[in-house]
Design a protein around this ligand. Structure first.
Ligand code: IMP
Length: 420
């Protein structure tokens, strides 16, 4: 099994790349996160955004799996499926959902809103899709799983959760108006019963035994990982390579390639530390050139130069075997670009490591400048044909991370991709 995951704060372009690489794989599987993700794909002149469904869904010969590590919202799922059906796809044929995936209930979304509101200025900037409350229930061993939705006594199980959640919402001072959301939820549960609930661990293990190829598709990014991200400004799952093992039920010794995807610069949406963030015109230009607005929430993304200490950290944690550099064309608009090579600490010393508490430690990024490379010709066929300044940029990142860049993307379309 190979893993493809984000090395920054999410939004690296995973959707495009999974879709691009999909023909090489028999199975594409999502292993964590949920509808907080927004994986954008462009092809045949159209844009498609997927939230919970793996990005292999547009290839009818590929089996797509939503793994046990995912928190799954039936209402959003129904909307996503209906959009795919409108495009003529028949997802009931090639989409499977782990019975062990946790279910997001309408009250989880309300709890997310209430908990964020009560954090005041310390709010995480959650997508408010109910991710954290759903994972809280999972860890508290109180969650409902997709398998429960298929059981006759599902409504009793739902009622028990509802009662508990309503008590919590009352304590948080949140006014609940459930009627509409609850109706949508039960209609979505009915709709979901047309799909196959599976044990992803058996399905994937058998597929691997038969010599089939599997790609695990990560959501969010390494720096949003619950353990290794910029805690507490993180999401509630393991977005890193180990999450693919626990989120699908695949043993670590079955992992082959770890494809690490990063933007040629950095972005972050929501609150939390971002060492290379640019609060000036350059940051604005990056946002404009890169159309940096959230695919799920539409929020403007914060922008800054590439952060090598953070990238090296992500390479180390994930055991990245290949790097994939995205949105290289966005930097074409700059005469000069910069890369942060290390940080200066308050005592004046330099470090290449991420401090334990990125929120509290005042670090100053130290940059190296690179000459720009102008526009990238659409018909470029080889790395060697790229502008020498871009080749220098690529070589520098490779030398600094110790990992080769095997793919660069220079536009949203499938065709705007160059493989080495
Ligand atoms: P949550 O996962 O919705 O609870 O959000 C927690 C943090 O992760 C917030 O800062 C979000 O903006 C961020 N986040 C969650 N999902 C994504 C994503 O898919 N891309 C980028 N940021 C995300």
């Amino acid at each position: 099994m190979d893993i493809l995951l984000g090395l920054q704060w999410g939004d690296e372009g995973k959707g495009k790349i999974v879709d691009f690489l999909a023909p090489k794989y028999d199975i594409i599987a999502r292993f964590q996160g949920g509808p907080n993700a927004g994986h954008t794909l462009h092809f045949d002149g159209k844009k498609h955004v997927l939230h919970q469904i793996p990005s292999g869904i547009f290839h009818t010969q590929i089996q797509n799996i939503i793994g046990n590590g995912v928190v799954f919202d039936p209402v959003i799922f129904k909307t996503e499926i209906q959009k795919l059906q409108d495009r003529g796809l028949v997802p009931t044929r090639n989409l499977f959902i782990s019975k062990k995936a946790q279910v997001i209930l309408p009250t989880h979304r309300m709890l997310d809103a209430a908990q964020e509101r009560n954090k005041g200025k310390d709010k995480i900037g959650s997508t408010l899709k109910g991710i954290s409350p759903a994972y809280q229930d999972k860890i508290a061993r109180a969650g409902l799983r997709v398998g429960d939705l298929f059981e006759d006594d599902f409504e009793d199980r739902y009622d028990r959760s509802l009662k508990r959640h309503l008590q919590m919402l009352q304590t948080l001072g949140y006014e609940v108006d459930l009627a509409q959301e609850q109706a949508a939820f039960f209609s979505a549960v009915k709709f979901l019963r047309e799909f196959k609930g599976i044990n992803s661990e058996y399905m994937i293990s058998k597929a691997l035994d038969e010599g089939k190829s599997v790609l695990a598709e990560g959501a969010q990014g390494t720096l949003l990982d619950i353990d290794f991200g910029s805690y507490p400004f993180v999401t509630s799952s393991n977005t890193t390579a180990s999450g693919a093992c626990s989120g699908l039920g695949v043993a670590p010794n079955r992992i082959k390639k770890v494809l690490g995807i990063f933007k040629a610069y950095c972005t972050r949406v929501g609150s939390g530390p971002f060492p290379t963030e640019l609060h000036d015109k350059t940051g604005e230009k990056l946002r404009e050139q890169g159309a940096e607005f959230g695919a799920t929430t539409g929020r403007p993304r914060r922008c800054g130069w590439l952060d090598l200490p953070a990238l090296r950290y992500a390479v180390m944690i994930n055991g990245v075997t290949e790097l994939l550099m995205m949105k290289t064309d966005v930097l074409s608009a700059f005469d000069q670009v910069e890369i942060c090579t290390h940080y200066e600490l308050p005592d004046g010393s330099h470090t290449q490591e991420l401090p334990y508490d990125l929120c509290e430690t005042e670090i100053k990024p130290i940059y190296q400048k690179f000459e720009g490379w102008g526009s990238i010709p659409k018909n470029v066929e080889k790395f060697e044909d790229l502008h020498p300044n871009l080749q220098k940029y690529i070589a520098f990142v490779e030398a600094q991370t110790g990992v080769g860049i095997s793919l660069i993307s220079f536009g949203p379309d499938r065709t705007e991709t160059l493989m080495r």
